[in-house]
Design a protein around this ligand. Structure first.
Ligand code: GAP
Length: 548
């Protein structure tokens, strides 16, 4: 992972946000190549799911027909949206503070191990209690040497006594132990036990103020998901665009969450981009559509080059399901920063039933003792959060029926997908140089659709009319709308290596033969095969190969 992060900075994929001021934790900036890559991820998603989606599948296929349309809604919405959606009351993490290091941690992200030390005892912070067994904690994915150092320091022992530490049981997380045991925990980076506060809830929505008065009545939230912008516009879209059930409304855009411990590069950020579909269908057809979307979305990542060995489709256990969901599956990727056998979520596909549309009609819903969704009431028997009162049902004019559609929601993260494509593309191999000597090669094997630069043009030497011919070829590629680079610096081998490192699928060299027979070489990044093709057909050939 360190190699990938280093490449991202060196070649301009991803930069730390506000780096010159020491960085802003949880925020990232995309450089020129990262911007192209992420735009290609987003565009491929929109192209495949919306613009190029053929609403008439093969006659007789089940499901046979659906339409897809897009919306772009505002980052800030009426505060009542978040009350009815459940985000206001339920969208929180449990967190603890450390009084010594003044850090804040998410309970489930602090990993601990219990340890004792040959009868050695330590004094607990703020009490006279002597502890002979403590838990040392880290937020790192693996239990590195640091934990040994931390345990020895807490026991006041020298490094040479590391062998006296008796590690007890396997690793667990802070949310798995009793709060009464927190006084025995040495928090991440702390020197003594007992510095953690009791856990408390922390709402993940980012608050902001609208208007000049700045009172609490002017508080609003940056959206934590793009989905609600779709739900509240369901009626507008259905009435204005003549879509008929089943249909999907899609949105790509920024979301914000006040993640307590942003981590793992761009994987968990406080500002990120989502690519969401809300697919509306008849309730009786929803199980079939749920399966359809799970499979379709999984295949999308495979088609864009993610290997099947590193991608899983995992069904949630009942206990994991979100408050609205009757079924959810995650598409997960084996990111290199995770332990062997662990996967990180790229996308969730949720069967949300009619929860969202009903909540925006009736007010915030909850499940009653029979598992039925009913409006949640306050202590006065009034709705806890009032809905819009608007009718968000749908009239099926063929079946002559009115009902509230059910929703299947494939919700993907554009930054996480981009990170997965970056990780998947990273390869190191050895290739012979001009003198036949094997050289290490770093090559980013992006799917050609995702590659930030599609082709590079090299004049072999900077004279004899080659730069002029190369400029012509470069111009033709640009005119075809292909992002390409021109490079006349250094040996051809070095120029190939520079392009391999950023994943350019095709390199075109203009040499002496070009001037006599009008052909150029085109070299394929993955097969390394070089072929001669007519110089005036380069743009056509590259376009054809990119689309093949
Ligand atoms: N509307 C449903 C929803 O938002 P989610 O699982 O909370 O569901 C969907 O988010 C996707 O958004 C995730 O699968 C992930 O790809 C992305 N995502 C969520 N939180 C993120 C974060 N803090 N940083 C980067 N991506 C995130």
């Amino acid at each position: 992972m360190e190699k990938i992060v280093a490449l991202c900075k060196r070649r301009g994929f991803v930069f730390q946000n506000s780096e010159i001021y020491g960085g802003q934790n949880g925020f990232w900036d995309y450089g020129p190549l990262g911007t192209e890559l992420k735009r290609n991820v987003r565009n491929s998603w929109y192209h495949d799911m919306v613009s190029a989606h053929n609403e008439l599948l093969q006659p007789g296929d089940a499901p046979s027909k659906y339409q897809m349309v897009g919306v772009e809604t505002a980052l800030i919405m009426h505060p009542q949206v978040w009350k009815c959606s459940g985000h206001y009351d339920l969208f929180h993490d449990m967190m603890v503070d450390c009084r010594e290091t003044r850090s804040r941690f998410r309970l489930d992200q602090v990993r601990i191990r219990w340890v004792s030390c040959d009868g050695q005892s330590i004094k607990q912070e703020n009490t006279d209690a002597e502890l002979t067994r403590i838990a040392v904690a880290t937020t790192e994915e693996d239990f590195s040497e640091d934990l040994v150092v931390q345990a020895l320091r807490a026991f006041g022992m020298k490094k040479k006594y590391a062998g006296k530490l008796q590690w007890d049981g396997s690793a667990t997380t802070l949310d798995q132990i009793e709060v009464s045991e927190f006084c025995d925990v040495v928090a991440p980076g702390a020197t003594k036990a007992g510095t953690l506060t009791d856990p408390r809830e922390f709402n993940l929505m980012m608050k902001t103020i609208i208007g000049a008065l700045g009172t609490d009545d002017d508080a609003a939230y940056l959206r934590p998901e793009t989905a609600q912008g779709i739900f509240v516009n369901f009626k507008n879209v259905a009435d204005s665009s003549r879509v008929k059930l089943p249909f999907g409304i899609c949105q790509v855009g920024k979301s914000f969450r006040n993640e307590i411990t942003p981590r793992n590069f761009t994987f968990r950020s406080r500002e990120f981009e989502q690519m969401e579909i809300e697919f509306f269908c008849r309730p009786d057809a929803s199980p079939g559509w749920y399966t359809y979307w799970r499979d379709r979305r999984y295949q999308w990542y495979l088609d864009l080059g993610i290997s099947k060995d590193r991608l899983i489709l995992r069904d949630h256990h009942a206990a994991e399901l979100a408050h609205y969901s009757v079924g959810t599956a995650d598409i997960e990727y084996a990111f290199p920063f995770l332990d062997e056998g662990e996967y990180g979520e790229l996308e969730g596909i949720a069967h949300r039933g009619d929860f969202d549309l009903r909540s925006h009609m009736e007010g915030k819903l909850t499940k009653d003792e029979n598992g039925e969704l009913v409006p949640e009431l306050n202590e006065h028997g009034q709705p806890r959060h009032r809905g819009s009162g608007k009718d968000l049902s749908y009239f099926d004019d063929q079946a002559k029926e009115r009902f509230i559609p059910h929703v299947i929601e494939p919700s993907a993260g554009a930054d996480r997908a981009t990170l997965a494509f970056l990780c998947e593309a990273y390869h190191e191999d050895q290739q012979p140089d001009e003198k036949g000597k094997l050289q290490e090669r770093l090559v980013m094997k992006f799917h050609p659709r995702l590659a930030p630069v599609k082709a590079a043009v090299f004049p072999l030497i900077k004279k004899e009319g080659m730069p002029e011919k190369a400029a012509e070829v470069f111009g033709a590629l640009k005119a075809a709308g292909l992002n390409c680079q021109y490079d006349q610096q250094g040996t051809i081998g070095r120029r190939y290596r520079r392009q391999d490192e950023i994943g350019t699928p095709y390199c075109i060299t203009i040499d002496g033969d070009t001037l006599t027979d009008g052909t150029v070489t085109i070299r394929d990044r993955d097969t390394l095969v070089q072929e001669r093709i007519p110089a005036d057909r380069v743009a056509e050939e590259v376009t054809a190969r990119l689309n093949s």
